[in-house]
Each structure stands twice: as C-alpha cells, then as structure tokens.
Ligand binder design. Structure first.
Ligand SMILES: Cc1ncc(COP(=O)(O)O)c(C=O)c1O
Ligand SMILES: N[C@@H](CCCC[NH3+])C(=O)O
Length: 473
C-alpha cells in the first residue's frame, strides 16, 4: 500500500482538470482514498467527460437532476477494507472499526459500512434509528452525545447498543432508567484527553476546554460511582482528539494516556475491555493537503497501544476507532449546473451554481477549501480564475474562491470534490431549497439513495392554524 499522495499534479500548477485524477499506475485498491481529490474510480471517458463508478457524470445529472451527490461505492468500500486490513496487520488483539455516521448517515451508507464488517457511531436518536432501520446489529452500535435526552437514553437501552457516557447527568439518568432491568446496560466513558492538535477550532474536541466528555480530574469519582451501579456495565473508555487532523503525533500520544486510564479503571474492578481512540484522520481537499494514509494512521495507533501495554505489562485491550471523514469524504462529489455569471472588471468573476451553502455549509462555516472541475470538458485548459458562488441570499455563500476552470457556459456541469463527509449530513433548507438527491454508483450502475426533496416535502411539517387561513384570499 502506498503512503504518499499520488495525484498527477505538476509542480508548475494545474493545466487541466485531468490532473486531479489519481495516478492510475498503482492498482486503485492500493491507493489510500483519503489522499485523493476524486473518487478512486474517476476517469475521463472518450467524450472527455468525468466518469465515476463507470457512469458519465453529465449523463447522471440529466437522469437524476441537479445538484446531485454522487457517491462512489468502490471508494467507500476500499476505505473500509483498508482500515480493517491495517488493524489485522498491525494489531494482534481484537479490533473493531466503527463508522462515525455524523459524516453522512443514511440507510444506504449504513448498509455499505455494515456489509464491510464495520460497526457504527451515532450521536442522536435519529442516527440511532437510521442505523437500526438499516439492519445494523445493536452490539456494533455506539451511542455518543454530550446531551442525550431521557428518551434517547431509553431508546438506546431498549435497542441494547453501547452508550458512550459523556457527563454526570447522563450517568445519573442511566442509573435511574436501568433500575429493574436484569441485563446490565453496556456503557463506555468519554474523557477529554487534554491533547492538542492543529485543526479548525470548531472541530477540536480533545483539548480540556471542550464541551465533550468528563474531565480527567473526575475519573476516580466516576469509577467509584460505577462500582456501586450493578445495572451499568462499564466495558471501556473513549477519547477523541478532533477532526481533519494531518499530524500523527496526537494519535501517537493518545494511547499511553488511555492505557493509564484503563489500568486505573481495572483497579476499581470495572469490567473494562475496550479502548476507543475516536476518529479524526484528515482528507485531501486541495492538492496542498497531505494527510497520512489510512494504513499509516492505523499503524501508529496500533504500535503505540501495543508499546504502552507492553510497558505496563498489560494484555491488549479490544481496540475500537471511529473514522468518519476519512472513510467517506473522498468517495463523493457534488455535481451542480452552472448558471449566471458576473464579472467585476479588475476584481473577480462570480460563477453561480444551483446549490451552495445549503448542500455544503463547510466553506461558510469553517472557511474550508474545495476544488472543482467542469465535468463536460476534462482536458480543456484551465485558463479562468473564478469565484464559484451558490444561489443563496447570502453574500458569504461562496463554495470556492479562485477556482481554476476552463471557460464555462450556462448548463455546464461543475463538480465539487471531496463532499462525502459533513455535506449532506449538515445540509439545510435555507431559502427553502429542497435538498439534492444522492446516488451511489458502481460499475456503470447508478442507484438513488436519497430522493431529491420536493416543494411538498418543504411544507410537510408546516401548519397553518385555521384562524390564519381566513386572512388569505
Ligand atoms: C466522538 C467522535 N468520534 C468520531 C468523529 C469522527 O471524526 P472524523 O470524521 O474526523 O473521523 C468525531 C468527529 O469529530 C467525533 O466527535
Ligand atoms: N462538521 C465538521 C466536523 C465535525 C466533527 C464532529 N465532531 C466538519 O465539517 O469538518
């Protein structure tokens, strides 16, 4: 497996969008998907158009409408396999990879990851419900969240998933809700490890000043409390450092901290078996991004847990990790239709597409960078520098500043890369735009996985009280 990015990007900059494609020299399954800008199956076909999963993207838009999320099954499955295979290569204990479904939670995605032997991390009753409806086994579902409601906790207890407890209120509520239930409820405890990393402030979670998890200072009192709770079975400990991380060092440091916690928990005779090191591996959004490969990330974690256990002569715990973005981010593109444009002489040209911050809120939220290509003419020289704007009534609704594109015309299909994670899952109906459809593509076949919302969907939850009806003519 290669651990270096393998785009065809020349040092002198990009000449055509074809250079965003992965270098096809190594077999695609040996490329780490999170290091590619486009899905692994992306090709330029003999009409000079972008093809993903054997499907022409321009034709997909004609068939399914615009905008359109196009998810490449092969890329998602390759990520799943690379995580699993790396654990079996580098860890001699038991291991489980669970999908952080906040990245993109829907029935089809749950079904794909489950079929690859992954479990799932959910953070709300809604994500939990979806995972169950997709047929996921409760023993592989882990329920996170820093403010789970009583009814969400009740739902989790009934389903029998593992609950990752975040705070005292939750611990007390669970104690109350589990009274009288014979089978103890499986829980894990989330602590903030106090490990810093370089990522956007909004997506850091491992530093001590975080809303997530117990403070490590309260560890002994939490353990002590649990020794007196026969209805709760504390099977493990959890920590998550943050998201879109390129450094390996924080994940090299985390295991020794967690092994210390583990030993302390053992001293309280808790039935502890698992360590969950969270997710966080970054992906390549632009050619300047250089994340480690999936294999390298897993290797660092496995080696560091193994070394920490050896130092204190502890047998290996069951190791769990929960990647989201690095599993699905690079597997999807969003295809938009180009509309109006506006050139402000000496300043910039705005090129507008038929979606924007409602289907991808990451640029406006985190100033995230993306790359785009015109799917109709992949080998056309990139002679234009334009600002790709969305159609929302918001000046900040810009998807890409200074995108390098060929000359465009209304009706062209503009594809934004790396939109598999935190796009659909963070989408909204701002300005009452219906959410786009999503399809999964594989070997020339395209299947709908999320229907395009309709105007009827937009008003489905609206209520018009009778006393207001009279005011309408
Ligand atoms: C608890 C937890 N686990 C897993 C993840 C997944 O992170 P990522 O998508 O960066 O892999 C997150 C998001 O940051 C998280 O908060
Ligand atoms: N929503 C963030 C990631 C959040 C990770 C969850 N704790 C993003 O789009 O980058």
């Amino acid at each position: 497996m290669v651990s270096t990015p393998s785009l065809k990007v020349p040092a002198s900059g990009l000449a055509t969008a074809e250079q965003y494609l992965a270098n096809s020299d190594p077999a695609i399954e040996s490329l780490s998907p999170n290091q590619q800008l486009l899905p692994l199956t992306a090709r330029v076909n003999d009409r000079d158009r972008l093809e993903i999963g054997g499907c022409d993207v321009v034709t997909l838009v004609e068939q399914f409408g615009s905008p359109l999320y196009v998810l490449d099954e092969e890329t998602l499955r390759t990520s799943c396999r690379q995580y699993r295979e790396a654990f079996s290569r580098y860890y001699s204990g038991d291991a489980l990879v669970i999908y952080a479904s906040k990245a993109w939670n829907c029935l089809a995605v749950c079904a794909i990851v489950a079929s690859e032997g992954w479990g799932i991390d959910v953070v709300s009753g809604g994500e939990l419900y979806t995972a169950k409806q997709a047929g996921m086994d409760a023993s592989t579902i882990y329920f996170h969240g820093n403010n789970k409601s009583r009814s969400e906790l009740q739902q989790a207890i009934e389903i029998g998933c593992t609950i990752v407890v975040d705070n005292w209120l939750e611990l007390e509520t669970l104690t109350e809700l589990t009274q009288g239930i014979d089978r103890p409820t499986r829980i894990m405890l989330r602590f903030t490890p106090g490990i810093e990393c370089h990522t956007h402030d909004y997506i850091k979670t491992g530093h001590l000043d975080s809303k997530f998890g117990f403070d490590p200072d309260s560890m002994e009192s939490v353990f002590d409390f649990l020794t007196r709770q026969p209805t709760l079975s504390c099977i493990g400990l959890h920590a998550h450092i943050g998201s879109q991380i390129f450094e390996l060092q924080p994940h090299r440091d985390l295991p020794s901290v967690m092994v210390e916690w583990f030993q302390l928990a053992k001293r309280y005779n808790l039935p502890i078996q698992e360590l969950n090191v969270g997710g966080g591996l970054g992906i390549r959004y632009t050619e300047d991004d250089d994340p480690p490969s999936i294999e390298d990330w897993v290797k660092v974690i496995c080696e560091s847990i193994t070394a920490a256990c050896k130092t204190v002569q502890m047998s290996l715990p069951r190791l769990v990790c929960e990647p989201g973005r690095s599993a699905i981010g690079s597997a999807c593109v969003t295809a938009y239709t180009v509309g109006s444009s506006k050139t402000i002489p000496g300043m910039r040209t705005y090129l507008t597409v038929d979606g924007g911050m409602s289907d991808n809120p990451r640029p406006i939220t985190y100033q995230s960078l993306y790359r785009a290509a015109i799917a109709d003419r992949m080998s056309a020289p990139l002679t234009e520098t334009v600002t790709v704007a969305g159609k929302h009534c918001e000046s900040g609704d810009v998807l890409i500043q200074n995108a390098q594109l060929p000359p465009t015309q209304p009706g062209d299909i503009l594809v934004v890369m790396g939109t598999g994670a935190y796009n659909y899952s963070m989408s909204s109906n701002y300005n009452r735009l219906p959410r786009p459809a999503a399809i999964v593509v594989k070997e020339g076949e395209a299947n709908l996985i999320l229907q395009r919302e309709t105007y009827q969907d937009l008003i489905r939850q609206d209520c018009l009280p009778d006393r207001l009806r009279g005011d309408l003519s």
